[in-house]
Design a protein around this ligand. Structure first.
Ligand SMILES: NC(=O)c1ccc[n+]([C@@H]2O[C@H](COP(=O)([O-])OP(=O)(O)OC[C@H]3O[C@@H](n4cnc5c(N)ncnc54)[C@H](OP(=O)(O)O)[C@@H]3O)[C@@H](O)[C@H]2O)c1
Length: 266
């Protein structure tokens, strides 16, 4: 089915996979709403997109850790008269350390950014898409959505599993509606994510060829979304790891990950 997105809202547009999504979509003639906290990066991306692709790009400086932010984002796009037909829930980060070492405030903020705000945005934009019989949502999960756990990145795999299962559930509910939901499950991707998550040491042990570029991941995600696929795992290594994780018993898997990450942190 050939679909042509017209206005896409991308969260976490200021860097990495989100920024790559903006280039991918603008290259397909789509206008964009860019959401993130770092205003100067959004402004420079907006100018670049407008000059390079001739699209319209709007910026919204928002912290998705604020529970009110999804309502403000939705209200802003309504006020601008934009019909958002494509939602890319991409913003995210890693909170490393043992579960008990992080404060409740840190965990709560993390759950807000990674689960509640994307789900809220999804819920806000979906009715309009259903009414118009046209729309697509892409939720960025991870290959770790399929893992038994993520010790020392404690809530990450559980949250990404939630994102995957929520996406699959709504995808099934929307059959025949003209609206599709896709979960993108990338493996290692060359972005600032690892630096910010302070998990660089553990990941450094992995060979570079196991990583894809943000552009490769966004291209793969975009294609899957436009074809209305339910899930996509980009690249050979991520696919291989997902298959392997299904064969290894859960306890063995989490103990292996715990050992690798603990060693990386020592
Ligand atoms: N890199 C990987 O290997 C990998 C693998 C699997 C899945 N992923 C997932 O891919 C997504 C994108 O990550 P990335 O690798 O592209 O990392 P990145 O380069 O660090 O980008 C993360 C984006 O999220 C935004 N963000 C973070 N916290 C936010 C907040 N509180 N409010 C609004 N925006 C916020 C950041 O913008 P500001 O800082 O400007 O707010 C930034 O634009 C994440 O969901 C991540 O979990 C990454």
């Amino acid at each position: 089915m050939a679909v042509k997105p017209e206005v896409a809202l991308v969260t976490g547009a200021s860097s990495g996979i989100g920024e790559a999504f903006c280039h991918e979509l603008a290259g397909r003639g789509c206008d964009l709403v860019l959401v993130a906290r770092r205003q100067h990066l959004l402004e420079s991306l907006r100018d670049k997109l407008q000059n390079r692709y001739g699209c319209r790009a709007y910026i919204l400086v928002e912290d998705l850790g604020d529970p009110e932010s999804p309502d403000r984002i939705f209200a802003a796009t309504q006020a601008w008269g934009l019909t958002v037909d494509t939602l890319i829930n991409n913003a995210g980060y890693g909170l490393s350390g043992a579960f008990s070492d992080r404060s409740w405030q840190e965990h709560q903020q993390y759950l807000q950014v990674m689960c509640l705000s994307p789900t809220h945005l999804f819920h806000l934009y979906l009715p309009g898409m259903i009414e118009r019989n046209d729309g697509r949502v892409l939720n960025v999960a991870s290959f770790s959505s399929y893992f038994a756990g993520s010790p020392y990145l404690p809530l990450y795999a559980a949250i990404k599993h939630y994102v995957l299962v929520m996406s699959q559930t709504v995808h099934a509910e929307l059959q025949g509606s003209g609206v599709t939901v896709t979960a993108l499950c990338p493996g290692g991707t060359k972005t600032d994510w690892f630096e910010k998550a302070e998990s660089t040491d553990a990941i450094r042990a992995l060979p570079g060829f196991m990583f894809l570029s943000a552009a490769e991941v966004a291209r793969c995600g975009c294609r899957a979304m436009l074809r209305g696929k339910m899930t996509v795992v980009p690249g050979f290594w991520a696919t291989f790891t997902v298959l392997l994780s299904r064969l290894i018993p859960a306890r063995t898997m989490v103990m292996l990950i715990a050992r690798g990450f603990k060693k990386g942190r020592d």
